[in-house]
Each structure stands twice: as C-alpha cells, then as structure tokens.
Design a protein. Structure first.
Length: 101
C-alpha cells in the first residue's frame, strides 16, 4: 500500500511541476512576443515622427532659401557687400537661424 501511495504522490508532484513549467514557458513566450511587437510599433512611430519633423524642417529651410533667392537686394549689383550681409543677417534673425562664420 505504501508503494502505491508513494507512486501517486510522486506522480502528483511531477504533474504539478510539469504543469508549472508549461505555464511558465507559455507566459514567457507571450510576454516576449508582446514586448517585441510593442517595441517594433514604438520604434516605427518614433521614426515616423522624426521623419516628419525632418521633412518639415527641410521644407522650412527651402522656403527661407527661396525667399532669400527672390530678394532683389541680394541679386542686385547696386547694393554693397555690407548691405547684402545686413539683409542676410536680417533674414537669419527673422527666422531664428544660426549663422556659421
């Protein structure tokens, strides 16, 4: 009788341990796949926002360059280099641009 009781106890403990291992492995797999999907989605959204921001900044710079190119003071030979430089400085300060030296 003791051997049957010991076998039943052993099989019950093994069944519980195996069930816990299967549940643990399944939950780790689910958590991993969810985290990976969420990370992919977040990175995609971040890249999209960054690309939109860069595109907007480039369009703004293009508009400033077009406006400066259409400025008659900058293309006229009548104005001196100093007057043209002050006009460029005015455009840069108006649009909040950093000027290189």
């Amino acid at each position: 009788m003791k051997s049957i009781s010991k076998k039943m106890t052993l099989f019950t403990v093994l069944l519980i341990i195996i069930s816990l291992l299967v549940a643990t492995i399944a939950s780790v797999g689910i958590i991993y796949s969810t985290t990976k999907a969420l990370t992919d989605q977040t990175l995609t959204e971040t890249a999209t926002v960054a690309a939109d921001r860069v595109s907007w900044e480039l369009k703004s710079m293009l508009n400033v360059a077009i406006q400066a190119g259409c400025n008659p003071k900058l293309s006229s030979a009548v104005y001196s280099k100093g007057q043209k430089q002050s006009e460029i400085d005015l455009i840069a300060s108006t649009f909040g641009l950093d000027r290189g030296t």
